[in-house]
Design a protein around this ligand. Structure first.
Ligand code: PMT
Length: 324
């Protein structure tokens, strides 16, 4: 069989349990589980609220020895900026991000228009220094970053593939479940809805000699269902919904809320995601936007999203409901 005819359609959607039985866990899962358990235990003992932030897009390989893959859109901005805002508000953060996507604090320098070395200069003795024009803001950022790391408030965990993401999501949410309502799950990652099961995947690089390539992808099981009802059942769960068609945003967000039964969906449109979001709960719908003055001052919308979620989380911790 030529490699590029390998992609027969699956019959229906497999359930999450079958997915985990038929895929291998990532090789670093145990190491990250241990770190997550320690982190959760440490903060559980101190009563610090903990948020698990997922950030960045998942990758779906087309070949076992992967040369080609399908990626989901997400730079990781939403997750990285939100992590900073949660840290500033006293939360401990598990930042589960796509490898090499934006990270809290480092994001200001790693993915900017300047290259990293443009921030540096050589002094009269030929020693390297931070360029004076960047030093004040870099110092401010470094102080915040060091505070987070030195106080054990930030745990960085990465993923690459869809499978990597799903195994870690399941494992970390179950570890965090020991915190009960003090846990918040902030699911900002863009997770692939389609994948190629291992048994249908080409082993080697798909060759072009057989002409056009037709791909049929299976549907990814709906993992939010077990996440909400079993893995993370007591915590506050916030999922995001990204759309490009404005007519679909609120109906799809509401549909997710009804289907999975969690507390909050934040809807955002691809083109306006940095300035407008819609908060949707079982009983409410509210648009949150930055006005022109805020945009001119480079205010980030996460500085409004996160305090609002913290208010919801307090109600959740104290009363087990958002309506107080
Ligand atoms: O990173 P940026 O460039 O700043 O962009 C941020 C964003 C636009 C990606 C972000 O704000 C956003 O909208 N993320 C969710 C994108 C989306 O619609 O994801 P989804 O339809 O694949 O999933 C819906 C929700 O379920 C998400 O919260 C997702 O993280 C979660 N999910 C989905 C499937 C799955 N198997 N596991 C999940 O946790």
């Amino acid at each position: 069989m030529p490699d590029n005819l390998l992609l027969d359609n699956g019959q229906g959607v497999i359930d999450p349990d079958t997915y985990f039985e038929t895929n291998s866990p990532p090789s670093n899962l145990n190491e990250y589980d241990e770190k997550t358990s320690e982190f959760v235990k440490y903060h559980g003992a101190r009563g610090t609220p903990v948020v698990l932030i997922t950030s960045g897009g998942t990758m779906v390989p087309l070949e076992n020895q992967t040369v080609r893959f399908i990626d989901n859109f997400s730079a990781g901005t939403r997750g990285a900026v939100s992590a900073e805002k949660f840290l500033e508000n006293g939360y401990a953060v598990i930042f589960m991000h796509r490898q090499f996507s934006l990270q809290p604090y480092s994001r200001h320098y790693t993915h900017s228009a300047n290259g990293f070395l443009d921030y540096m200069t050589l002094n009269e003795e030929g020693k390297i220094e931070v360029d004076a024009k960047y030093a004040p803001s870099m110092t401010e950022t470094l102080v915040k970053y060091n505070k987070a790391r030195n106080n054990n408030m930030l745990l960085l965990v990465d993923f690459v593939t869809l499978s990597d993401y799903l195994f870690k999501l399941k494992s970390f949410t179950r570890i965090m479940a020991t915190l009960g309502r003090s846990a918040m799950y902030y699911l900002a990652a863009a997770v692939s809805d389609f994948f190629i099961p291992v048994e249908k995947m080409a082993e080697h690089k798909i060759q072009s000699r057989d002409g056009a390539l037709t791909l049929t992808l299976d549907q990814v099981p709906k993992f939010l269902k077990p996440l909400v009802s079993v893995w993370a059942s007591n915590g506050l769960i916030v999922s995001f919904k990204l759309e490009t068609d404005g007519n679909l945003l609120v109906p799809k967000a509401r549909q997710a809320l009804e289907k999975y039964g969690h507390q909050i969906v934040i809807g955002n449109m691809l083109s306006t995601r940095k300035k407008t979001v819609t908060f949707i709960t079982q009983d409410s719908e509210r648009v949150m936007s930055l006005d022109q003055e805020e945009l001119d001052k480079d205010v980030e919308i996460e500085s409004k999203i996160v305090p609002e979620l913290i208010r919801y989380h307090r109600a959740w911790i104290n009363h087990g409901t958002l309506d107080v």
